[in-house]
Design a protein around this ligand. Structure first.
Ligand SMILES: NC(=O)c1ccc[n+]([C@@H]2O[C@H](COP(=O)([O-])OP(=O)(O)OC[C@H]3O[C@@H](n4cnc5c(N)ncnc54)[C@H](OP(=O)(O)O)[C@@H]3O)[C@@H](O)[C@H]2O)c1
Length: 265
């Protein structure tokens, strides 16, 4: 199927590894022009080389930008101005993550840091890039939320709250930005094999001596498809939502979670 992504200018924040990198790779494969942004020049350079090798296409451009910092919006805007004359066809935000902790162990600072990471990072990027998106062609915004926003996980209260907040952001912005021609959607992954989870499993492994495989097996038990997802399986949804084929889809939050979230809605 032709996703009509050829030549579309798409910025992926949180694109140096994990779901963001897999999304950028698929976009490049489909002929899109891509900028990947993250905090680390080293990670970005490695990701760009991997993507070029994997797709046989030109490497995506890279941009060092820490989305938890107040000036991040200007950094993104400047890059879009420099490379694409200030016009952007798609923004995908894969910045975010969770803290495993009991409720009473989380300080105000922990809550604020997780809010910056999961919500304000995306808010900042969208707000700064609205003029560029308005100048783009059939523009779209896709945010990575989490299945936890529909079925909260134990011991992840901060991200449960903040990812639920992204659902509100998604629905509200979809209505607010529709008159300006911008679609807004969200992909809600379940447990996915990325550094977010491999690092977590390695930490657990150091604490209790189980292997990474044993930990993944344990956390697969409540997943109907009985396994973790691969980043590429999540990327497909983000890429489709960003494509002109999804022209009548806005304000939607679609789980790619192996069936873990059991609610009807
Ligand atoms: N993996 C899962 O099981 C899972 C489940 C549910 C939801 N999600 C959500 O899906 C999204 C992607 O998850 P993932 O598993 O791919 O995460 P990941 O493996 O931790 O990758 C996160 C990406 O964001 C970048 N990043 C981190 N902090 C940043 C910052 N302050 N500014 C800019 N970039 C930053 C990282 O690159 P640098 O280190 O180079 O900055 C990396 O490219 C997140 O929103 C996550 O909450 C993931």
């Amino acid at each position: 199927m032709d996703l009509h992504l050829k030549g579309r200018r798409i910025l992926v924040i949180g694109g140096s590894y994990g779901i963001g990198k897999a999304t950028a790779a698929l976009l490049v494969k489909e002929g899109a022009e891509v900028i990947i942004a993250s905090r680390s020049a080293e990670n970005l350079t490695a990701a760009a080389a991997d993507i070029a090798a994997e797709t046989g296409a030109d490497a995506p451009r890279t941009l060092v930008c820490d989305l938890t910092q107040a000036g991040a919006g200007e950094v993104l805007t400047q890059a879009v101005a420099d490379h694409w004359g200030g016009a952007l066809d798609g923004l995908i935000s894969a910045v975010g993550g969770s803290i495993r902790s009991a409720f009473e162990d989380l300080s105000d600072d922990d809550w604020m840091a997780n809010y910056q990471f999961n919500v304000l990072s995306t808010v900042r990027a969208i707000r700064a890039l609205l003029p560029a998106l308005e100048a783009g062609n059939a523009p779209s915004i896709v945010t990575l939320g989490a299945a936890a926003s529909k079925m909260p996980y134990q011991h992840q209260i901060a991200s449960n709250v903040h990812k639920a907040g992204l659902l509100g952001l998604n629905k509200t912005l979809a209505a607010e930005l529709a008159p300006r021609g911008i679609r807004v959607n969200l992909v809600a992954p379940g447990r996915t094999v990325t550094p977010l989870w491999t690092n977590r499993a390695d930490k657990m492994s150091a604490e209790d001596g189980r292997s990474r495989e044993e930990i993944f097996a344990e956390f697969s038990r409540d997943i109907p498809l009985a396994r973790f997802g691969q980043p590429e399986e999540v990327a497909v949804m983000a890429v489709w939502m960003s494509s002109p084929l999804a022209s009548y889809v806005t304000g939607q939050a679609v789980n790619v979670d192996g069936g873990i979230a059991r609610g009807l809605l």
